[in-house]
Design a protein around this ligand. Structure first.
Ligand code: CP
Ligand code: NVA
Length: 305
């Protein structure tokens, strides 16, 4: 593993190793054991989109590992004024030990990783959000005691979360069911890649327009905003089309009675999910948010340690 761009690039063993290390670092942190694995190292964190969880968890994680996190808003660096990714990569690799990037075009992150000879971590693109799914799988494991054979239902937009969930489920032998409206299906190339991964996996993939079919007997129920960053202009149209995909008490009742509810956050109550579900007893949203810290510490320790 040189970079973390997509969970599709990992072997199932590499995924297990990351999850195991994340769980270990979490447990040891709670026992006051400190790991200064990245002493003297610096992580550059490029953001061209907003963030609460990603920024804070990477900064805190890097600090806990003894390193230094450097926040680089695209408004403040020359990348935002048209400097090329190539030149940015070649300059940053002279100063930094790793780069974390959150941006729009996935191809920009791929290019950055190709050009920079230091590890690059994808902290969300329009296509994928691998760090979130690492934290989600860790959380599911903590609550269910296993991953293999679980049913993971994602209801809503065929977006970056849906894509990374598909990849993550395939590598962890999870049965993945995704329900999206016809006009908002997952990216065709991601689906093809995921199908290849599922062919080698103990898990399965179901893509449907029917939210009840997807959620039926699920162990994990997941949704995400209907209006991802950069899609604000489509908000009114999306809120109409997606309403039948709202995860409310009625829809959630089709899942197993002990199903956990997950959401990457930020959430919009009354739209993709109702309060009785997201704030109800089955919701594990803040465990997921916490696990961003532990899972990403594992990523940084393995890539930059
Ligand atoms: N889930 C997530 O990535 O949250 P932020 O956008 O706040 O980083
Ligand atoms: N799909 C959402 C995820 C936010 C963490 C977005 O891209 O805005």
């Amino acid at each position: 593993m040189q970079d973390l761009i997509s969970l599709h690039d990992l072997t199932p063993e590499e995924l297990q190793k990351l999850l195991k290390l994340g769980l270990k670092l979490k447990k040891e942190l709670k026992h006051g054991i400190k790991h200064k694995m990245l002493e003297g190292k610096t992580l550059g964190m490029i953001f061209t989109k907003s963030s609460t969880r990603t920024r804070v968890s990477f900064e805190v994680g890097m600090t806990q590992l003894g390193g230094y996190p450097l926040f680089l808003s695209s408004n403040d660096i020359q990348l935002g004024r048209g400097e090329t990714i190539h030149d940015t990569a070649k300059v940053l690799e002279r100063y930094l030990d790793g780069i974390m990037i959150r941006t729009y075009a996935h191809s920009d992150v791929v290019e950055l990783a190709e050009e920079a000879n230091i590890p690059v971590i994808n902290a969300l693109t329009d296509l994928l959000h691998p760090c979130q799914v690492l934290a989600d799988l860790m959380t599911a494991y903590e609550h269910k005691g296993r991953l293999e054979g679980l049913k993971f239902a994602y209801i809503g937009d065929g977006n970056n979360m849906a894509h990374s969930i598909m990849y993550g489920c395939a590598k962890a032998d999870i049965n993945c069911a995704i329900a999206t409206p016809a006009a908002y299906q997952c990216d065709a190339e991601v689906v093809e890649n995921a199908k290849e991964d599922f062919a080698k996996s103990g898990g399965s993939l179901l893509l449907t327009e029917d939210p009840i079919e997807a959620i039926k007997d699920a162990d994990i129920v997941y949704t995400d905003t209907w209006v991802s960053m950069g899609m604000e202009e489509e908000k009114a149209e999306r809120q109409k089309v997606f309403m039948p995909y709202q995860v409310n008490k009625e829809l959630f009742s089709y899942a197993k009675s002990d199903a956990i509810f997950m959401h990457c956050l930020p959430a919009y109550r009354g739209f993709e999910v109702t309060e009785d579900v997201i704030d109800g007893p089955n919701s594990v949203i803040f465990d997921e948010a916490e696990n961003r810290l532990h899972a990403q510490k594992a990523v940084m320790a393995i890539l930059m340690g």
